[in-house]
Design a protein around this ligand. Structure first.
Ligand SMILES: *[C@@H]1O[C@H](CO)[C@@H](O)[C@H](O)[C@H]1NC(C)=O
Ligand SMILES: *[C@@H]1O[C@H](CO)[C@@H](O)[C@H](O)[C@H]1NC(C)=O
Ligand SMILES: *[C@@H]1O[C@H](CO)[C@@H](O)[C@H](O)[C@H]1NC(C)=O
Ligand SMILES: *[C@@H]1O[C@H](CO)[C@@H](O)[C@H](O)[C@H]1NC(C)=O
Ligand SMILES: *[C@@H]1O[C@H](CO)[C@@H](O)[C@H](O)[C@H]1NC(C)=O
Ligand SMILES: *[C@@H]1O[C@H](CO)[C@@H](O)[C@H](O)[C@H]1NC(C)=O
Length: 303
C-alpha cells in the first residue's frame, strides 16, 4: 500500500531557503544530472545575493557555492556510482571500462556525511549491461575482478550506501533525499519517430499521458525504491523524489547540440548532428528547476 501525501507546491523563495540553510551545508551527491540540479538551485538563489556576498569554489570532487551572509553552502560532490570507482575523477572520468568497488564508500562519504541536507542520485553510469567489480584496492596486484550483471551491482552499491547512512548519519540533524532517475530522450522510436532520431530538433513535449521511455528502467527504479523502503523501516527518514514521470514528457528540454563540447567534433559528426546531440542533461532554466521546487516544498514540509 502506498500512502500518498498531497500538499500545495509553495512558491520557491530563495530567502526562505537560505534562511533555512543558515550555518548549514546542503550537498548534492552523485552524477552530472545531480550537478545539473545543483547548478539549477544555485541559479535560483543567485540573483537574491549581492555579488560580494557569495563565492564559488572548486575543490577536488566538491563544487561549493557559499552565501556568505548566511554562512550557508550549497554544494555538489562528484561520485557518479556513489561508491568508489575508477570514474571518480571530477574531470577525467571518461574511462574505457568502468570498475566499481561496490563495498567502499567511505572515501567519498567522509566529505559529505556532516551535511544537514543531502540529495543523492545515481543511475546513468550503471546503464552498461555489465559492470566490472573490484574486490580489493585500486593499483594493487592482489585485487580480484569480477563481471557482474548491472541490476545486482546497482543493488550492492545502494546497499553499501544505505548501510553507511544507517550507521553514520545523525538522524536528528540530517534531511535525506534521493532523486529518482532522470529520463533520456535518445531513442526517438520511443515516441514514434525514426529509429535513428533523438531529441535533436525536438521543440515540443510529448503529450501522451503516462509516456515512459525505454531507457527508464523500471527494475532499477524498483531497487532504489526497496533500498529506501528498508531505510525508512529502520527508522532512517529518507524521501524519494519521484521526478521521472514528469520529466519523461520533456523531450524538448535537453541541450541537444547546444552544449559545451569537450573535444572537437569530427567532420562526420558535424555532418550528422543527431550523432552528438545531448539528450540526457537539461537546459537551464528548465526541468531541474521544477525538481528543485519539489525539493524545496519537501524541505519545508514536516518529516
Ligand atoms: C558556518 O557553517 C559551518 C557549517 O557549514 C559551521 O561549521 C560553522 O560553525 C558556521 N560558522 C558560524 C560562524 O556560524
Ligand atoms: C532493466 O535492467 C535490467 C537489468 O540490467 C534488465 O534485465 C532489463 O531488461 C531492463 N529493462 C528494460 C525495460 O530495459
Ligand atoms: C540508421 O542509421 C544507420 C547507420 O547510419 C543506417 O544504416 C540505417 O539505414 C538508418 N535507419 C533508418 C531507419 O534511417
Ligand atoms: C527540424 O525540424 C523542422 C520543423 O519540424 C524541420 O522543418 C527540419 O527539416 C528539421 N531539421 C532537421 C535537420 O531534421
Ligand atoms: C515513480 O512514479 C512512476 C510513475 O508515476 C511509478 O510508476 C513508479 O512506481 C514510481 N517509482 C517509485 C520508485 O516511487
Ligand atoms: C579544436 O579546434 C580549434 C579551432 O578549430 C583549434 O584551435 C584547437 O586546437 C582544436 N583542439 C584540439 C584539441 O584539437
Amino acid at each position: 500500500m502506498k500512502i500518498l501525501v498531497h500538499f500545495e507546491l509553495g512558491r520557491f523563495d530563495a530567502a526562505t531557503l537560505l534562511q533555512k540553510l543558515r550555518g548549514k551545508r546542503m550537498v548534492f551527491v552523485g552524477d552530472s544530472l545531480n550537478r545539473n540540479q545543483f547548478v539549477s538551485l544555485v541559479c535560483m538563489v543567485d540573483s537574491s545575493i549581492p555579488p560580494t556576498l557569495k563565492s564559488l569554489q572548486f575543490n577536488g570532487n566538491l563544487i561549493i557555492f557559499k552565501a556568505i551572509e548566511y554562512n550557508a553552502s550549497i554544494e555538489f560532490y562528484w561520485s557518479p556510482l556513489l561508491v568508489e570507482s575508477n570514474t571518480d575523477d571530477p574531470i577525467n572520468h571518461r574511462v574505457e571500462e568502468r570498475i566499481a568497488k561496490l563495498d567502499s564508500i567511505e572515501k567519498h562519504a567522509k566529505h559529505w556525511i556532516d551535511a544537514e541536507v543531502l540529495v543523492f542520485d545515481s543511475y546513468i553510469w550503471w546503464l552498461r549491461p555489465k559492470m566490472k567489480v573490484l574486490w580489493g584496492s585500486f593499483g594493487r596486484s592482489d585485487g580480484i575482478y569480477e563481471e557482474m550483471e548491472r541490476l545486482k551491482s546497482y543493488e550492492m552499491a545502494l546497499n553499501t550506501w544505505a548501510n553507511w547512512l544507517t550507521t553514520h548519519v545523525d538522524r536528528d540533524r540530517t534531511r535525506l533525499f534521493f532523486m529518482s532517475l532522470s529520463p533520456m530522450h535518445r531513442r526517438a522510436e520511443d515516441w514514434g519517430m525514426d529509429a535513428n532520431d533523438s531529441c535533436y530538433n525536438e521543440t515540443d513535449p510529448i503529450y501522451e499521458e503516462n509516456y515512459w521511455g525505454s531507457l527508464s528502467n523500471v527494475s532499477m527504479m524498483g531497487v532504489v525504491e526497496s533500498t529506501i523502503q528498508d531505510l525508512n523501516n529502520k527508522g532512517l527518514n529518507i524521501q524519494l523524489l519521484n521526478i521521472t514521470q514528469l520529466s519523461e514528457y520533456r523531450k524538448d528540454g535537453h541541450p541537444s547540440i547546444y552544449r559545451k563540447q569537450w573535444v572537437n567534433l569530427t567532420e562526420e559528426q558535424l555532418a550528422n548532428p543527431k550523432s552528438y546531440a545531448d539528450c540526457g542533461h537539461w537546459c537551464l532554466p528548465g526541468v531541474p528547476d521544477t525538481w528543485n521546487q519539489i525539493l524545496f516544498a519537501y524541505m519545508f514540509h514536516s518529516h
